[in-house]
Design a protein around this ligand. Sequence first.
Ligand code: ADE
Ligand code: ZN
Length: 326
Amino acid sequence: NTLIALSKAMPKTELHLHIEGTFEPEQMFAIAQRNQVALKYDSVEALIAAYQFTNLQDFLDLYYQGMSVLLHEEDFYDLTMAYLTKVHSENVVHVEIFFDPQGHLSRDVSFDVQIKGIYRALQDAKQQWGMTSKLIMSFLRHLSEESAFETLALAKPYLKWIDGVGLDSSELGHPPEKFLRVFQACKALGLKVTAHAGEEGPPEYVWQAIEDIGVDRIDHGNRALEDNNLICTIQQRNLTLTVCPLSNLKLCVVDDMKDHPITRMLALGLKATVNSDDPAYFGGYMNDNYASLIQHTGINLAQLYQLAKNGITGSWMTRAQQSVHL
Ligand code: ADE
Ligand code: ZN
């Protein structure tokens, strides 16, 4: 298939990626063993068999279990380096990755250990391949505003390594406005802001992310399509949507890849991008996401090119850095 070959060859960016969601079962078992931590599953096969999700929470339950074997700086380095090596082979030239500090702080793994391991891998990728990156600290929305503020305080010594903040985990019942003051504090520190919105949550949550929080982009945004005024607002503000096709399928945000809304988003003039979210859990990395769109939707070459271009112009690189890839 020519389109698949072309999509593999295109230089791409990844703007929606949870580093803890790149934890492949084999690596999870290896790190569990070296840290002498027990996993709930006794084989890679048994673990993979559990990757059958009917909604976001089903997945999150396994995601937090999986990351619980990460204890040392080396673990965070190895996890991040394995991901970067993989996407380097897929012609991904720039990544903006999330990490979930609270998912590790709750297990007494310090902020320092986490960020030092992740950041060192990002630097090595820059040195080895010229791959550029941004690091986004994400707040867990099922936890309190106070917990988010505590996390921000721990991040203060590392602000030179952190480009932005995000909002993830269980969306329903945890609207963006719950974190309004934390995001105001983050902005005052010069951090970029994004938030998961409209994955499972209603259009109202996307409105809050835009109007109350003032996000620089929107992660997912699928359900924004239910509200015409919201569509107009996203168009007018030229907000990037970090869309995740295979994630949407695995978490039943879409029932069938042939009905994925990404081509509709493009037709509406929305700045959609392709991303892998949690590739170790959802059945594929960047190129698999493109391949699935090509195989199941009527997407054409111009649209594929537009998606990749949106990934560059929607990134947090400077214009000068973007222009290298355009
Ligand atoms: N954490 C990791 N992946 C996520 C997703 N797709 N939605 C919300 N929280 C997440
Ligand atoms: Zn996500």
